[in-house]
Write a protein that binds this ligand. Structure first.
Ligand code: NAI
Length: 341
């Protein structure tokens, strides 16, 4: 029997399913994300931790679990886990490498269509104000525009397919381009990110968050995008430098942004916690403030990191996470992620 501690929100059906599959084990479930400020005493004997992207699994957190064998994240991204610290302790880290390729790409287009067809404004006009002013709802067509996809992995490839469905012209950039995809999916790789930016009327980001993708879109390159372009980010907040995005939206270089992820996104949802208990140390409060301004901009659509959140994707995530846990318990881990430098 192993002690397995789950952190972060689980729906009732998810908890029932995991308890059934892990029958005979000591299963602890905490709705609060694991972090240096949430380390419940009872969980400290856990051999396996299951977390979500809202966790902060730092070296100190890992050190608080002396029996720890594995950390399973119920997500594709794993930048919330200190992989070096885990490796040093011999703790296996496993993820869900694929569950949401169509799910996340569909969300990216949800954000894009909300912007291009001004859907939120239209709904707001009818529901909140009971008025209809078509002159304020003029959007733009996707057909014929150039879609720039950064990252042609699992999600990026679906974005390419969907873009073609809208009869967009699709270009893509990937640090590890797979040329054979061009013909199969009908798009063209650009040799550099800069080449892609110069062409993209719509830029959609599908890279993991790594040191190499920190502020991949930044003050120095954001204005290579054509005037009137829009940025869609469903990857990770820090892939885009908030200050650069904010400035380009304020001066009208960009026509809009659709953001499922932002830098410092923990505080978009829970600034009360920051004000009541938190310390600003290690956080960029200017970015927190800019996020609030971004939410209020009429040409910005923001969702709370919910691109993954469909019933089908959640079922796939749970199934794979439980396989990851099984693998660690059997001593034959699967879906292991390694530090990349
Ligand atoms: P993937 O690993 O299949 O594809 C990532 C692609 O990015 C690869 O083709 C890789 O070569 C490319 N890449 C890596 N470094 C690069 C760089 N420096 N420049 C350009 N390209 C680079 O990953 P997948 O499944 O497509 O997911 C992408 C990201 O989407 C995840 O890492 C995660 O952060 C994010 N995500 C967000 C979700 C949400 O709910 N908002 C849900 C699931 C994933």
């Amino acid at each position: 029997m192993a002690r397995i501690a789950f952190f972060g929100t689980l729906r009732d059906w998810e908890e029932a399913a995991l308890r059934e599959r892990l029958l005979g084990h000591d299963v602890l479930v905490y709705p609060t994300p694991l972090s240096p400020s949430f380390l419940p005493e009872e969980a400290k004997g856990a051999e396996i931790l299951s977390v979500f992207v809202d966790a902060q699994v730092s070296a100190d957190v890992i050190a608080a679990f002396p029996n720890l064998k594995g950390i399973v994240t119920r997500s594709t991204g794993y930048d919330h886990i200190d992989l070096d610290a885990a490796a040093e302790r011999g703790v296996v880290v496993a993820n869900v490498p694929s569950y949401g390729e169509n799910t996340v790409a569909e969300h990216a287009f949800g954000l894009l269509l909300a912007l291009s067809k001004r859907i939120v404004d239209g709904y707001d006009m009818l529901r909140e104000r009971g008025e209809y002013d078509p002159s304020r709802l003029t959007g733009f067509d996707l057909k014929g525009r150039t879609l720039g996809v950064v990252g042609t992995g699992r999600i990026g490839q679906h974005a390419i397919r969907i873009g073609n469905g809208f009869q967009m012209r699709v270009v893509a950039y990937d640090a590890y381009a797979r040329k054979e995809l061009e013909q199969e999916l009908h798009f063209t790789y650009t040799p550099t990110l800069e080449d892609l930016l110069r062409q993209a009327d719509v830029l959609t980001l599908h890279v993991p968050y790594l040191p190499a993708t920190h502020h991949l879109i930044n003050k120095d390159n954001i204005r290579l995008l054509p005037k009137g372009a829009v940025i869609i980010n469903t990857s990770r907040g820090p892939v885009v430098e908030t200050e650069a995005l904010f400035a380009a939206l304020v001066d009208g270089h960009l026509a809009g942004a659709g953001l499922d992820v932002v830098e410092e996104e923990g505080f978009v949802k829970d600034e009360m916690h920051l004000l009541a208990h938190g310390s600003a140390e290690g956080h960029n409060l200017k970015v927190v403030l800019m996020n609030h301004k971004l939410i209020d901009m009429p040409n910005v659509i923001m969702t709370p990191h919910s691109a993954f959140n469909t019933r089908e994707a959640l079922e796939r995530i749970l199934r794979t996470s439980l396989d990851d846990i099984d693998g660690i318990l059997r001593g034959e881990p699967v879906n292991v992620v390694q530090p990349s430098h």
